[in-house]
Write a protein that binds this ligand. Structure first.
Ligand SMILES: O=C(O)CCC(=O)C(=O)O
Ligand SMILES: [Fe+2]
Length: 354
């Protein structure tokens, strides 16, 4: 029996990836420092020239990697310490206790430990909440659907810590959205109307428990983020890997003082492929649990997504057909809950074949 066969006996087969998708841990660790790190201090100081340089760095990183880190972002680390402490208290509770606020298809906010990415179970536990407190939208039959945040009774301060975190990070995310607009040669506030008053932003607390067979599973299987922009902070354990253009998986150097930013599928379509939404995954390890907090910046349900006309001309015809963000989101949520036996909805389905 090989090493992996022995490992296989230690975990539920629902987590075990097909061999071609399993992580190669050693190689990735040698390539920690490649993802660009952008210093936001000039932006916060309203230094115009410095901000222009940041815009150029954002354009380059988004084109080459789809990912970058930002430092000197102005979000106090104390807020992260508080969210982490409260979240770890929550994730340490007995499973029956956590499952009292379990996410369902009808009420998708709260705790979840059985997420499927591409139909394999992720080695993680999550807690999701929306930054607006609740979401309201019309179902296909016209009925109003209301989805509210589901806070646990225990620990009692999780909600306060998360709300303070939200206040501090959403502002940063919108500044980054402005930098991205500028980086495409658009007015800074180009995207604002899609988010004002109707965004579908959410924050996820991720806990990746230590795993006895880290070579067979992933904390999050390879995927692309479907929204506009992800603003993530991770602890010092590390494990987030990005797929470089040559196909190699590169580990992002874990820095508690940095946010990891990536452009999602919406920027790929809006920019007509100038910025690509890049595959990433999370590798777990045998000894340490890992904590991360992504903020997903997503527009309102009614948003129709299409390549931005200002970026098109005769040499650059549109590469995507228009689609509706709300419909896309609902289709995705359904496939995350059920193993539909098919790849979930991808933007490639809206690609125009030239
Ligand atoms: O935990 C991480 O570092 C990444 C999580 C992620 O990619 C996701 O939730 O979409
Ligand atoms: Fe992701």
């Amino acid at each position: 029996m090989g090493i992996s066969d022995v490992n296989e006996l230690k975990i539920d087969p629902a987590f075990v990836l097909p061999p071609e998708f399993r992580p190669k841990q050693v190689e990735a660790l040698q390539q920690l420092d490649e993802i660009p790190v952008i210093d936001l201090a000039p932006l916060l100081a309203n230094d115009e020239k410095g901000t222009q340089r940041i815009v150029e760095q954002v354009a380059k990183a988004s084109e080459e990697w789809g990912f970058f880190q930002v430092i000197n972002h102005g979000v106090p680390l104390k807020l992260l310490d508080d969210v982490e402490a409260e979240a770890l208290k929550f994730f340490s509770l007995p499973l029956e206790e956590k499952r009292k606020i379990r996410r369902t298809l009808e009420s998708p906010l709260g705790y979840f430990d059985t997420e499927l990415t591409k139909n394999v179970r992720d080695w993680k536990e999550v807690f999701d909440f929306v930054t607006r407190g609740k979401l309201e939208f019309a179902a296909p039959d016209g009925k109003l659907i209301v989805q509210e945040n589901n806070w646990p009774e225990n620990p009692p301060h999780l909600k306060d810590a998360c709300e303070a975190w939200k206040e501090a990070t959403v502002g940063l995310a919108y500044k980054l959205l402005e930098l991205l607009a500028l980086s495409l040669g658009l007015p800074a506030t180009h995207f604002s109307p899609l988010f004002d008053k109707a965004d579908t932003n959410f924050i996820r607390l991720n806990y990746y428990p230590p795993c006895p067979a880290p070579d067979l599973v992933l904390g999050v299987s390879r995927h692309k983020d479907s929204g506009a922009l992800t603003v993530l902070v991770q602890d010092e354990v590390g494990g987030l890997e990005v797929r470089r253009k040559d196909g190699e998986w590169i580990r992002i150097n874990p820095r508690r003082d940095a946010f990891v930013i990536n452009v999602g599928d919406l920027f790929q379509v809006w920019s007509n492929d100038r910025y690509k939404s890049v595959e990433h995954r999370v590798v777990v390890n045998e000894h340490k649990g890992r904590f991360s907090v992504p903020l997903f910046i997503n527009p309102g349900y009614a948003t129709n997504v299409f390549p931005i006309p200002e970026l098109l001309d005769a040499q650059h015809p549109p590469k995507y057909r228009e689609y509706n963000w709300g419909d896309f989101l609902q289709a995705r949520k359904t496939s995350n809950f059920k193993n539909l036996g098919v790849e979930n909805l991808q933007i490639s389905q809206f690609a125009i074949n030239s």
